[in-house]
Design a protein around this ligand. Structure first.
Ligand code: GCU
Length: 428
């Protein structure tokens, strides 16, 4: 009788424990008091057991090791290319935005023979700057025509994931023109002396599980000598950012040593992978990139690996999904992705109402990555408590938490422009 009860109790305990473990992984938590303790992999701990003590060890041993962990577990291979892109200037207007800027629309052909494989870059150059300009590169979510109301900007004819204003049957119509100007703050960017280069992320690959069948992972399979499952949608998007850098390096109006990358949300994740993979990006900004980006997967708050891989299976390589049930087995975490930017200036930003992206996790991740910056004598974030709202902290690694929702706002751009001006040594 007693044994029987003990047995029942044991079974009950087992079920409760299993359910708790599962509950910690699957549903999302937004109650700070419920965040269980967790231990991050030490970014400076080398596989041979030693701790990295200088930048040389970091650059030649630990960084390649961590980068490889990302290739294997999250993003796949970043295909090398022997400058296959060809560029065609489709349109130029040196009196764009009432004379503030020169607008260029550049088609980047990605395939040596098939001219249907391309991405279109919309570039604004500040007319007031007479020397080659520093530039921000950032993908847009719904087509180049959404970032400005200018009539001559080509209307994207690609498939659209986001069904915002003016999108009918997943395709843009004229009514979509200028519908996302608030995220771009073109006049502010240009008047601070920066150029802006943007492209629609769907030019590379549609944002669906089957998008790869029509995207570059299929159309460039032979050219790049890589199978679709050796990389992922995030990888394809990130790779496209490198192709924008290819073009910018050829444009005499651009200072190719001052190419800054900015990405929001899912595009923030792609931006971090591009920053990790391509050293030509001299400064990197993650705007609310969240899970799979700047946030810490081991911190049970906001989106989880299990949720993200269930909703967006195409974003990462298949291996990433296998960590959904037990994220402690994932050999990397957000701070390690951020550390791959070092010693280049890095800005990580959150918004207080964007609990899905786990602002605190993003902050702690940036603080942890700062240990790598210290190897280069650079100061990152050294405070251990979250800063007050709208108060950037840190030097070469900077962080802010803004009031408001998941978005890119004027406040965000103002901080990024100030940061880039300081870090690039510009007087603006
Ligand atoms: C979803 C997704 C996030 C992503 C976001 C976005 O909310 O779960 O991971 O960052 O979309 O890209 O807007």
């Amino acid at each position: 009788m007693k044994n029987n009860r003990t047995c029942k109790l044991a079974v009950l305990l087992f079920v409760v424990t299993a359910m708790t473990a599962r509950a910690q992984n699957f549903p999302s938590n937004t109650d700070e008091s419920k965040v269980p303790p967790y231990t991050l992999p030490d970014v400076l701990q080398m596989p041979i057991g030693k701790t990295v003590i200088n930048s040389n060890q970091w650059l030649h041993a630990q960084r390649p090791y961590i980068y490889h962990l990302y290739e294997k577990n999250q993003f796949g291979r970043y295909p090398a290319t022997k400058t296959i892109s060809r560029f065609k200037i489709l349109e130029t207007d040196n009196q764009a935005l009432d004379g503030l800027a020169t607008r260029k629309q550049v088609r980047i052909y990605l395939h040596p023979a098939d001219t249907s494989v391309y991405m279109d870059v919309l570039l604004y150059l500040p007319n007031a700057v007479k020397t080659p300009a520093p530039v921000f590169v950032a993908y847009n979510f719904s087509g180049n025509h959404t970032i400005t109301a200018e009539k001559n900007v080509l209307l994207s004819n690609r498939w659209m994931y986001f069904r915002g204003k003016g999108v009918v049957n997943n395709r843009a119509t004229e009514a979509a023109r200028g519908t996302d100007t608030a995220s771009w703050q073109l006049k502010t960017i240009l008047s601070k002396g920066f150029a802006l280069a943007t492209a629609y992320y769907g030019d590379l690959e549609p944002d669906t599980a089957t998008g790869y069948t029509t995207g570059i992972r299929t159309t460039l399979k032979e050219v790049l000598n890589i199978q679709p499952d050796e990389w992922c949608t995030m990888g394809a998007w990130a790779w496209g950012l490198s192709r924008i850098a290819d073009y910018l390096q050829t444009d005499k109006n651009i200072d190719a040593g001052k190419i800054a990358l900015m990405g929001h949300s899912r595009l923030g994740k792609a931006t971090l992978w591009a920053g990790a993979s391509d050293p030509r990006f001299a400064l990197i900004v993650s705007n609310e990139s969240g899970e799979g980006g700047a946030a810490l997967s081991r911190r049970w708050y906001g989106e989880t690996v299990q949720i993200i891989t269930a909703h967006f299976p195409h974003w990462f390589v298949a291996k990433y999904k296998t960590y959904g049930d037990d994220v402690t087995k994932l050999p990397v975490d957000g701070h390690m992705l951020l550390s791959l930017m070092a010693p280049r200036p890095l800005y990580v930003a959150s918004a207080v109402e964007d609990t899905w992206s786990d602002p605190k996790g993003e902050f702690l991740s940036a603080r942890e990555a700062s240990r790598v910056y210290a190897l280069f004598g650079k100061k990152g974030i050294d405070t251990s408590s979250m800063p007050p709202l709208n108060t950037p902290v840190g030097e070469t690694v900077r962080y802010h938490i803004r009031s408001g929702k998941h978005a890119v706002t004027l406040y965000d751009w103002e901080q990024y422009l100030k940061f880039a001006s300081e870090q690039f040594g510009l007087r603006r």
